[in-house]
Design a protein around this ligand. Structure first.
Ligand code: CU
Length: 352
């Protein structure tokens, strides 16, 4: 009897503590959530996610709360026998039909959204061919003619022709390749995705794009980016800029002033990234290159700094030992900058 009272209390305390900690961890660590969406369909999927959350969250809290509460209120008692209550048709109908309707509605919403996202891309879409390999990304544009030349696996060469472009096909003569992605803001971009070796996953978290790259088949995903990299950088700068204490949280942030030590040597320039200690040729850390250490040595307690921002592409499929290296830069630019970038590229054909 005594034991079951104690167990019931502990169970209740552990359960409520668990619920509180779940919420605490969530609100204290927004950085572990997905970054803000910067694509048209990304806003739609996020909205759907929020609706699902607001429907399931209260149900979760109420049912789990009641579970722990009932254990607490009704532990075993030697002088009492539990009631036998085998069934109640009305109750069972309610708790079967209501969730069935709500879940069906959620699933239909999800299917409709997915069908919209995966519908054929508009004809004027900018097309980029994505080829994943262990452990790199290759991107190709069709050039002026708007048509991609053939590629053949037997022509693949790691250093000079990683995606095996067939230069006998005249359509390939103006094709442009790059190791990073440039895309124009406000335009539809269609990614045609393939893989050379194993399954990779083409993941652009800010744009809510995630699609497997599968050997032997083509997958695709299209989206409309809503904000240029430069605008987003400014936005992040504006919202994160402030006078900050000199400690390890500063690593990776950008200094908003030039800071010097007592001898007038520059520790970090205005607009410079606050870096950790660099390594010398032997791989040893050189403490004197660590910006945070140098700042505190110079007696500087607080500095003006803000967060840096870059869109990223990362492989989201554990594809081998070098998986962690499968990142690539993705830059969203204005149409004008995009046209300029395009005109400055040299087609691979001219290097052959
Ligand atoms: Cu990969």
């Amino acid at each position: 009897m005594k034991n079951s009272r104690l167990n019931a209390t502990l169970f209740f305390v552990a359960g409520i503590a668990f619920l509180i900690l779940v919420f605490y961890a969530h609100f204290q660590n927004p950085q572990w959530y997905l970054p803000a969406a910067t694509s048209v369909h990304g806003l739609v999927t996020d909205h759907l996610f929020d609706i699902t959350m607001w429907i399931t969250l209260p149900v979760f809290v109420i049912t789990q709360g009641l579970l722990f509460l009932f254990v607490f209120l009704y532990p075993h008692r030697d002088d009492k026998k539990a009631d036998y209550y085998p069934n109640n048709h009305k109750l069972e109908l309610i708790w079967t039909i209501v969730p069935a309707i709500v879940l069906t509605w959620l699933i239909v919403q999800g299917l409709q959204t997915w069908a919209n996202i995966k519908s054929p891309a508009p004809a004027d879409a900018e097309v980029i061919e994505v080829t994943a390999e262990q452990f790199a990304w290759n991107f190709r544009w069709s050039g002026k003619d708007g048509k991609f030349g053939r590629n053949k696996p037997e022509l693949m060469k790691a250093s000079t022709n990683p995606i095996g472009i067939d230069f006998d096909d005249s359509l390939s003569h103006d094709d442009i390749t790059s190791k990073e992605i440039f895309i124009p803001v406000g335009k539809t971009v269609l990614f045609n995705i393939q893989a050379k070796d194993v399954i990779h996953s083409f993941y652009l978290p800010h744009f809510r794009v995630k699609m497997d790259a599968v050997p032997g088949m083509r997958t695709n995903f299209w989206m409309n980016p809503t904000m240029t990299s430069a605008d987003k950088k400014e936005d992040v700068k504006r919202t994160t800029k402030g006078l900050k204490e000199v400690d390890e949280r500063l690593y990776g942030q950008v200094s908003d002033e030039t800071y010097k030590d007592a001898n007038g040597n520059v520790i970090v320039e205005k607009g410079g990234i606050i870096k950790r200690a660099e390594r010398d040729q032997n791989g040893n850390l050189v403490k004197s290159t660590d910006v945070v250490l140098r700042l505190s040595k110079a007696g500087i307690k607080k500095i003006m700094a803000y967060h840096d921002f870059n869109y990223v592409l990362a492989c989201a499929e554990l594809c081998g030992l070098g998986h962690y290296k499968m990142r690539a830069a993705i830059t969203v630019v204005t149409q004008q900058e995009y046209d300029k970038w395009m005109s400055e590229q040299t087609p691979d054909f001219e290097y052959q």
